[in-house]
Design a protein around this ligand. Structure first.
Ligand code: CTP
Ligand code: CA
Length: 232
């Protein structure tokens, strides 16, 4: 289907979206982060707004400006993102987890700055696993709510990428998983993207390549269809 730009085909649809990369504090001046720019999530918000949707955007660290017209809820850590998403879940028709969530956080956050004189030549950090927000949202969704995840994979081939995506789709139990390849030079902070959208059973729904905005429109085309069939 052609991208439905310039039409209000998503009017009345409430989209809850997370974007950016979470930051897990080590001490008052340091954090563990990731290379997510938030560009694909923000592009989704912009595309959805331009098509008439109501967008609630939960933002972890972003390298790009937030779009005008969205309700913004800023967060830092995975735990804060989880709290915010769960609080907002009830008011959403579609939930999209585009944020890059830290898989682990430091077990302890130092009250004061960690000093190198006190730690020696090697510093060992103990990390604990963060909760899987997407899996939790998918488990808690009401009938008719559509839950969408992203999967960032460093796959060597298309086959491996699809295999990793299918395994993740099965584990997350989301309605859709947007799979894209990432690497040292791919995926982050770039203006373009290539994605494969899988359904909950791991079947390919669409593939899209182009600017992050055009990829966003392609993803929304799938969700517009899903939203319509749910409301029938
Ligand atoms: N995600 C989440 N909570 C986490 C980790 C990830 O909600 N603690 C979400 C991301 O926002 C994304 C999806 O799960 O929508 C997949 O994230 P990804 O990092 O690709 O998968 P993981 O399950 O974390 O597995 P791994 O990083 O080991 O590949
Ligand atoms: Ca992860």
């Amino acid at each position: 289907a052609a991208a439905a730009r310039g039409t209000a085909d998503l009017a009345g649809l409430r989209i809850l979206l997370s974007a950016g990369g979470t930051r897990e504090p080590l001490d008052p001046v340091r954090f563990l982060g990731n290379r997510s720019s938030g560009k694909q999530g923000v592009a989704l918000a912009e595309a959805a707004l331009s098509r008439g949707a109501t967008v609630t955007l939960v933002t972890a660290h972003l390298e790009v400006p937030v779009p005008g017209g969205a309700e913004i809820h800023p967060v830092e850590t995975a735990e804060q993102l989880r709290t915010e998403m769960n609080a907002l879940l009830g008011g959403a028709d579609i939930v999209i987890m585009a944020a890059a969530v830290a898989d682990y956080r430091p077990r302890e956050v130092a009250e004061g700055k960690i000093k190198k004189d006190a730690t020696g030549d090697v510093l060992t950090l103990e990390l604990v696993k963060n909760p899987d927000i997407l899996a939790e949202l998918a488990a808690n969704r009401a009938p008719g709510q559509v839950v969408v995840g992203f999967a960032a994979e460093t796959a060597g081939s298309r086959e491996e990428l699809l295999e990793l995506g299918r395994t993740k789709a099965a584990r997350k139990r989301a309605d859709y998983l947007v799979v894209n390849r990432v690497g040292w030079t791919e995926g982050f902070a770039t203006d373009g993207n290539t994605v494969v959208v899988l359904d909950g059973a791991g079947h390919i729904v669409i593939e899209a390549t182009g600017s992050k905005l055009s990829v966003a429109h392609s993803i929304l085309n799938v969700l517009a269809e899903a939203g319509r069939s749910n409301h029938q």
